[in-house]
Design a binder for this molecule. Structure first.
Ligand code: UT7
Length: 333
């Protein structure tokens, strides 16, 4: 039987600076009431000038290593769409700052599905013996790519990082990740994008229109796709596990909007109480969202060893993905 990736440690980090809805409403044509009722968000964390995604990734990674009681890993996989610079990848520097110079380290870019893609990638590397352990981090700082005048995206996104330490183990163990589903639809790329700054724009030789250098999202169609694709990928993962949807104790979904979580719960006909949510405090933290929600729920004692947990993400690309595990006996730090 092939080796599985087993969750052995979990950590997260958000920068200390908090931006409340009231602070946004003082700068933009929005209100605490609109943001709370349309998204479920009350506040978000943002990095200080001069900080970067890698700083958050190091902090979360350090906590995941401590939670697992280890001081190293054979691989570092960083899910991010806001790397410290366009080239090189951020993961090698994160690895070195964690004292892991010399290990395999690379970034995975799948926007809000990045963490699920990174888990699947690391699981494949552990299964094929490329390494015996992997530090998988999701970290993003969307505050650095938002249009300061865009009230919709500024209301939603926040900065943060979450990480798990995976070790090679048996598929039947507590904590083993199984039932992976990954999907994409590039024909809908324009629903979530930063139009400029890549090779297509730079090859023109003309400077970018400043408006095209910001993150842009078409909220309504994204909302509908997020509900449909997370519900269907959860169903497929659940079938692959040999479980029924009703048997799942906790759903940890990408925290895009509290109304999306409610709509997925309704579509799957399961009580909303089974959906972990920390969106009120952190907003949408992109690739950090799922591990950050897991870490917060674990710290609150909500996730018990042996309980059935499904993780699901959806984001730019478009991309989506899910996986499942029975919760391990984890030390939270
Ligand atoms: O993480 C990757 C995946 N991302 C997502 O899943 C996000 C999915 N989309 C959403 O969460 C929602 O579509 C949004 C929260 C982005 C928007 O909520 P909505 O209920 O779909 O609102 P809407 O876009 O239909 O806008 C309704 C109104 C509009 O005004 P008009 O045209 O009706 O006059 C907007 O201009 O609300 C307006 N609006 C705002 N008003 C106050 C949009 N943003 C704001 C705001 N404050 N921050």
């Amino acid at each position: 039987m092939s080796r599985a990736a087993v969750v052995a440690g979990l950590g997260s980090w958000v920068p200390p600076t908090v931006v409340s809805n009231a602070e946004l409403a003082a700068q933009l044509d929005t209100s605490d009431e609109w943001i709370r009722t349309r998204t479920g968000i009350r506040q978000r964390h943002v990095i200080e000038p001069g900080s970067a995604t890698g700083d958050l990734a190091v902090a979360a990674g350090r906590r995941a290593l401590a939670s697992a009681g280890v001081d190293g890993a054979d691989l570092v996989v960083l899910a991010t769409s806001t790397p410290d610079q366009p080239c090189p990848a951020t993961a090698p520097e994160v690895a070195s700052r964690l004292g892991l110079t010399g290990v395999g380290a690379f970034d995975v870019a799948a926007v809000c599905t990045g963490f699920v893609y990174a888990l699947a990638t690391a699981a494949g590397l552990l299964a094929t013996g490329v390494g015996d352990s992997a530090l998988v981090i999701g970290a993003d700082t969307f505050s650095t790519i938002l249009d300061p005048a865009d009230r919709t995206t500024r209301a939603i996104f926040g900065d943060g990082a979450g990480a798990v330490l995976l070790r090679a183990g048996e598929p039947g163990e507590l904590g083993a990740l199984n039932g992976f589903v990954l999907g994409s639809d590039g024909t809908r790329r324009e629903l979530i994008e930063v139009p400029a700054g890549g090779s297509r724009q730079r090859s023109t030789g003309r400077p970018a229109d400043p408006a095209d250098t910001y993150f842009a999202m078409q909220g309504k169609p994204v909302f509908a796709e997020a509900v449909a694709m997370m519900a269907s990928s959860i169903r497929t993962t659940t079938e692959r596990m040999g479980w029924s949807v009703a048997q799942i104790d906790h759903f940890v979904l990408h925290q895009a909007n509290a109304r999306i979580l409610a709509a997925v719960a309704q579509r799957l006909e399961v009580p909303l109480e089974r959906f972990v949510s920390n969106i009120e405090r952190v907003g949408n933290t992109v690739a950090a969202s799922i591990p950050l929600a897991m870490a917060d729920a674990a710290r609150e004692g909500r996730l018990g060893a042996g309980q059935r947990v499904v993780l699901a993400g959806f984001g730019g690309g478009l991309t989506w993905g899910s996986t499942a595990l029975t919760w391990p006996d984890l030390k939270t730090v």
